[in-house]
Write a protein that binds this ligand. Structure first.
Ligand code: SF4
Length: 357
């Protein structure tokens, strides 16, 4: 089976993408990039939610010129999203950008491509090639008739070839499609075709609810095959939601080393406590815990602790009280009114122990 550690390690600011078993969480701002204040405020919210690399659109010179001012205020690596215009790429690189997303085959004349590659090389910053099923080169569409996985990989190899010919190898590649099955196939084929790290995404996936399901289905299938070194969930929603979904998805595959997971039961006729509101409160609380804890919240003591044996800590409802348990073993009883507060204290203690390890 393919494994993401087989990829070439690429440095994006202080974050390594590829060459290890991590999947770095990315998102993209929705503000006008030239509005430095609004962009920085949004990046700070993303960072707090767990975003590790952030991308800004760079559609004009005002946006490119804002980059050094944004960089000064943030601590995660910044990526500029550029289409076609090499001058914007040069300005972003000059302004201290940590990575640019541009397709070399779309820049135009050879001297322009060379200028961008030379500047990126001088600053040691990588280039992400962004293949999109919706904007494949005409000759590839003519060859295949419609967007196919083979066509997408061919497009990626075309852009990679231009960079490699200029002896540039700090490359990350994405092959996004809105069609989940097409994206899965394209990423699988790309993972076999080259060893540059893959940036995962299902593009134009939809709103918070439908886009989350679609992205989880697509990215889940790809991640489960050991493919993907960085991911962005694209949602028609506050980008903080993209980061939350990405974190949750990575936790599912044990790929988020610094996040706690909630296990909660679906409830049934045996329920003894107000489980849904408790589960929501505990989930909110653990979103700030930076340790790989499994916390369980269960509706009753009949099956509860047994159902959550793998949890590090948890509570199960009993009549008028909660049973606190660790690894499936009950350690004490707590009156219902203090149950959640006591659980939070235990979570803090365990998180502290993990961090000190
Ligand atoms: Fe039902 Fe108890 Fe299982 Fe929850 S833990 S689903 S309440 S049996």
């Amino acid at each position: 089976m393919y494994h993401r550690t087989e990829t070439k390690p690429i440095q994006v600011g202080n974050i390594q993408v590829g060459g290890n078993d991590q999947v770095v969480i990315q998102s993209m701002t929705t503000t006008k990039t030239h509005d430095v204040k609004a962009t920085v405020a949004e990046i700070k919210r993303l960072e707090e939610a767990g975003c590790q690399i952030v991308r800004v659109a760079c559609p004009d010179m005002r946006a490119a010129e804002a980059i050094p001012y944004i960089k000064k205020e943030i601590s995660i690596p910044l990526v500029a999203d550029i289409h076609f215009d090499y001058k914007l790429a040069l300005k972003a690189i000059e302004g201290g950008i940590d990575k640019i997303r541009i397709n070399p085959g779309n820049i135009g004349r050879r001297e322009k491509v060379e200028a961008v590659v030379k500047a990126a090389k001088a600053k040691g910053i990588p280039i992400r090639i962004g293949v999109n099923a919706g904007s494949l080169e005409k000759r590839i569409l003519d060859k295949y008739g419609y967007p196919t996985a083979d066509g997408m990989v061919e497009s990626a190899l075309y852009h990679i070839g231009i960079l490699e010919e200029l002896d540039f190898h700090d490359i990350i590649v994405s092959l996004k499609a809105s069609d989940v099955r097409l994206a899965i196939e394209a990423y699988e084929k790309a993972a076999q075709a080259f060893s540059y790290p893959l940036h995962l995404g299902i593009t134009e996936s939809g709103t918070l609810f439908s886009g989350t399901v679609k992205s989880a289905a697509g990215l889940g299938a790809i991640l489960s095959k050991g493919i993907g070194s960085t991911a962005r969930i694209s949602l028609s929603a506050d980008p903080v939601e993209e980061v939350k979904v990405a974190r949750e998805l990575l936790k599912t595959f044990g790929l988020a080393a610094n996040a706690a997971t909630l296990i909660s039961c679906p409830t049934c006729g045996r329920i003894e406590i107000d489980l849904i509101s408790i589960a929501n409160e505990v989930e909110e609380y653990i979103s700030n815990i930076k340790a790989p804890l499994k916390v369980s919240v269960l509706g009753c003591a009949v099956n509860g602790p047994g159902e959550a044996k793998e949890a590090d800590i948890g509570i199960a409802g009993a009549r008028g009280e909660g049973l606190l348990f660790r690894h499936g073993k009950i350690i004490r009883k707590i009156p219902e009114a203090q149950m959640v507060e006591e659980l939070k204290k235990e979570i803090d203690k365990l998180a502290e122990e993990h961090i000190q390890k």
